[in-house]
Design a protein around this ligand. Structure first.
Ligand code: HEC
Length: 98
């Protein structure tokens, strides 16, 4: 009886640690990200794209990819730290993945 529950408990533990990891791994500085955003990121779209009902970013990884993609279009070549800060700011303020 007790043995049959073990796989489920393991699965739950893996799922729980996986979701906790996502934001624990976000290293950026949100305040700095907010300033960077105001400086670089409002030329093509405003913050409405982050909150619209059909927004296409669905995961933290997707957010990282999209910020890099926009940075490429912007031709600013922001540093990895800048990207981290932007992702942290957008996640804290709009996306709230955890
Ligand atoms: C050269 C124009 C341009 C600039 C500058 C730009 N973006 Fe974008 N961004 C886009 C376009 C185009 C889309 C897609 C909009 C759509 O799907 O309607 C987009 C979408 C996004 C999305 C996804 C929104 C969603 O649907 O969830 C994020 C996040 C984002 N941009 C972040 C940034 C950040 C951060 C910066 C500053 C580094 C930035 N963008 C600067 C053009 C730009």
């Amino acid at each position: 009886m007790t043995m049959s529950r073990l796989p489920l408990l393991l699965l739950l533990a893996v799922l729980a640690s996986g979701s906790a990891q996502a934001t624990a791994l976000l290293p950026g500085d949100a305040a700095r990200g907010k300033a960077l955003h105001a400086q670089h990121c409002t030329g093509c779209h405003d913050t409405g794209v982050y909150t619209r009902s059909n927004r296409h970013v669905k995961t933290v990884e997707g957010l990282m990819g999209q910020v890099r993609l926009c940075d490429t279009q912007l031709k600013k070549r922001l540093s990895k730290d800048d990207i981290d800060d932007l992702v942290r700011h957008l996640n804290d303020s709009y996306y709230r993945f955890d």
